[in-house]
Ligand binder design. Sequence first.
Ligand code: GLV
Ligand code: MN
Ligand code: MN
Length: 415
Amino acid sequence: MSATAAVSGARIMAHIEALARCSAQPDGLTREYLSPELRAASDLVAGWMREAGMSARIDAMGNVAGRYEGVAPGLPCLMLGSHLDTVRDAGKYDGMLGVVTAIECVRALAARGVRLPFAVEVVGFGDEEGVRFGATLLGSRAVAGTLDPRVLDLADGDGVTLRDALGRYGRDPARIGDAARARAEILAYAELHIEQGPVLEAENLPVGVVTAINGATRLAVTIDGMAGHAGTVPMTLRRDALAAAAECVLAVEKRAANATELVATVGRLDAMPGAVNVIPGRVRFTVDIRSPRDADRVAAAGDVAAAIEAVCARRGVRAEIAKTHESGTAPCAPWLMEQLARAIAAEGLPVRELPSGAGHDGMAMIDIADIGMVFVRCKGGISHHPDESITAEDAGTGARVLLRFIESFQARRTA
Ligand code: GLV
Ligand code: MN
Ligand code: MN
């Protein structure tokens, strides 16, 4: 039996299906941070961690954290992970594949009684997508110790604050700092994730090594106009917040349209009061801007804010623009990229390096550890969509690569 034969693509896929059933949506997958569905998914994951030979706990921020001791208890760890929350009407693999595959690798180690000169930890982060509270990477930022306690005042669409949601989840909001880990405890952070893009499929490759995660800025914009009767207020006297927002959306699109590798998206827009016969008085919308070059992204965010202000001034409505998230481009550490590349080559596969346009927990973990990522091919590059899919064969290949990486992992010596 080869050293990596014990990982099972079929078991990974079965676990993915079980997690997909933890959903707020009867006919699809939606799982928000600190929801009952996240609790159900976390309980499943903690159970699999224990079956695989790990200890498991839910930390102060609602992340699931498992640990497989090395040759002696209490050694620094190689941390593996990804996230368990999803976007709305999501695919099943974004985030979950990395958590489930990492547990599968530990199961294989434990089955052979292998203890390594370091511990292996697996984290299922509770919030990476940022869907519920607008701010993203809440789980991994708490582990990295960089979470600003002011996020506790953020409210979801129903007005429930993060503080209250943590309390309802059985976590003490005054103790979110307990989720933070010390730099000395983590030798490196490595994540396996679906590519969420078409490159690997186009090149007929099951896996690739990530070079860097593109930076991102998110804005929350509120436009206040004047609500009124849709039948009586003449067009010239209106201060229609939705008409202003529509112009702003086009300005966002235009700013990115001619820029190199810069993307900008308005992904959510809510008009109030939201009735067919009422002129919209207030609109809230989000802006998400990304680029591999931080300077381009920062410039675009400034231009977008200026364009929104200009549209609103011309239309006699008021704009309030809040930055809800900002993370710079997160480069993967060359020494981890090399070790991941060796694991891929050992599977007899070509090594393809590629950047990540999507955000990942590594963007937060980089503040506390060097990061590395391996991508697994997904069908048609489709992600953040129910059609997201991968094959069991590729899941198995990804797991064998990750297991090889873990087993031959050499921590970088620090001076
Ligand atoms: C997370 O998937 C993101 O890139 O927004
Ligand atoms: Mn995602
Ligand atoms: Mn993801």
